[in-house]
Design a protein around this ligand. Structure first.
Ligand code: G1P
Length: 293
């Protein structure tokens, strides 16, 4: 009897970060949206930390014009480190920004043609391996993190996985929505996927919340993917075509999610994290009481 081929581990992550960030203008005119900080760490840092916690080694950024600050952030800052060392300052604060040589890759998406197209731009780097996708606007907080949970689930069921969460019905038309099948604990079978459906036509209120583990075959599906919702090449449409050919599951994350693509979501994330951090919590709590009182 032949043994099934061992499942390849998830070692690579794709971060689509080419978006223009128009919702945060003028702040994002010269600075990538992903570099806006929640307290003292840029948004992209939270996603990279979550990837590392899940055992992912290679970080692939799909960038565009004006986005080089993201790559700089994860580079070795020689002058800064030399100066800090000379002045006796601790370098530990820079630890999360270190990515081992060869594990940081940037590819460019020259034209904004949608999330599916952005992911497809990373096909040569992804190669023939399963890979994770992180949408950094979706800030996922929990312990273990969302991707760690997904990698654990992947070890069980393999195939393709997406993170989902329930939202009020009237919000579904802004997201990718799943048609759920059988549910077992945090895992739900995915029977169908639709990008930005009309509320009345949505198959559920479970939305794709910005984390994916995908098989490399999706790249070939994306190759021939036609434009979908909003006239863009949609990752959701390409994934929908994989259902039935490979296992497809959704993971319901039991942590918290902040939609940092919106101003109020960004402020909520800042407040929530500032309140729970030891270094800022007490002062921010007192400040909030003062402001509300
Ligand atoms: C993208 C995806 C969508 C997903 C959403 C999560 O949409 O296409 O399926 O639910 O991110 O934030 P976008 O926000 O780029 O319109």
């Amino acid at each position: 009897m032949t043994q099934p081929a061992p499942r390849k581990p998830v070692r690579k992550a794709v971060f689509p970060v080419a978006g223009l960030g128009t919702r945060f203008l003028p702040a994002t005119k010269a600075i990538p949206k992903e570099m806006l900080p929640i307290i003292d760490r840029p948004l992209i840092q939270y996603a990279v930390d979550e990837a590392r916690e899940a055992g992912i080694e290679q970080m692939i950024f799909v960038t565009g014009r004006g986005k080089t600050a993201i790559v700089e952030h994860f580079d070795h800052a020689f002058e800064l480190e030399a100066t800090m060392r000379e002045r006796g300052k601790a370098l530990a604060v820079l630890e999360p920004t270190r990515i081992p040589p060869g594990n940081l890759v940037a590819v460019r998406q020259q034209v904004p043609m949608g999330l599916g197209h952005a992911i497809w731009c990373a096909r040569a780097i992804v190669g023939d391996e399963p890979f994770a996708v992180f949408l950094p606007d979706e800030l996922m907080i929990g312990s273990p993190g969302c991707m760690k949970r997904m990698v654990d689930a992947y070890g069980e069921v393999g195939g393709n996985l997406i993170s989902v969460l329930a939202v009020p019905r009237e919000e579904v038309s802004s997201y990718g929505v799943i048609a759920p099948g059988e549910r077992r604990g945090a895992l739900t079978e995915v029977r169908g996927l639709v990008e930005k459906p009309k509320t009345a036509e949505a198959p559920s209120n479970l939305i794709i919340s910005g984390r994916y583990i995908l098989q490399p075959e999706v790249m070939r599906t994306l190759e021939s993917q036609e434009k979908g919702a909003g006239g863009e090449i949609q990752l959701t449409d390409a994934m929908a075509r994989m259902i039935g050919r490979q296992p497809f599951h959704a993971v319901t994350f039991d942590g918290r999610r902040y939609d940092c693509g919106s101003k109020t979501g960004f402020i909520e994330a800042t407040l929530a994290l500032a309140l729970e951090r030891e270094d800022t919590g007490p002062a921010v709590r007192a400040m909030a009481r003062r402001l509300l009182g």
